[in-house]
Design a protein around this ligand. Sequence first.
Ligand code: SF4
Length: 230
Amino acid sequence: MSPYKMSGTTVVSFSGGRTSAYMLRQVLDNNDDLADLIVTFANTGKEHPATLDFVQECSERWSVPIVWLEYRDDERGFAIVDYQSASRDGQPFEELIRKRSYLPNPVTRFCTIDLKIRVIHKYLRMVGCSTEETPVDMMTGIRADEPRRVAKIRHRKTTSESKHATMVMPLADAGVGVRDVTDFWKAQPFDLMLPTINGRTLEGNCDLCFLKGAKQVYSIIASDRQKAEG
Ligand code: SF4
């Protein structure tokens, strides 16, 4: 059976990158009934504008609704936004840092967990489709050529929110590597408008993410000093 075939409620966690967009396209192409598909995009407020444009373009061109979510430091813990209202000034990230009173770092990478994973899970619980009795399948865009990430997730088997979702990696199961993704996008009439080196996006994810090299961060700041303010 195709690894993209859904069995029950399935969440595609769309990061806004080429790989997860490729995964979404495969899911759309391999399922006749998409009633049980939920596609989410968790915006940190520090994404590159091209990423937001790309998410919206995938949604429009492929006629697939995408739920845009953002972290909020309030009782519900998140807001549902859209392409127009999505934060472009870092608001969700700033709210989280103020709450935690310290910055995320490679050891304590709470930003990914709180701004993305938990926000998606809270949304799923709100719409009543993610419970301990009926965990959803959570498709994540990890490729076969990312063996360490694959092994880590296989080891965990379920997400940190565990019982409510089962992590599935259809790209890894299908043996998809960066080359397949690059070739796919070369043949498309649109693309994520961010430069790549060897198929890897240079300015994807949060603009000044601590996981990027110092050189890369300096060059991003040099091209737009406002990104380092606040
Ligand atoms: S891209 Fe970097 S800064 Fe942004 S949420 Fe992920 S780890 Fe944190």
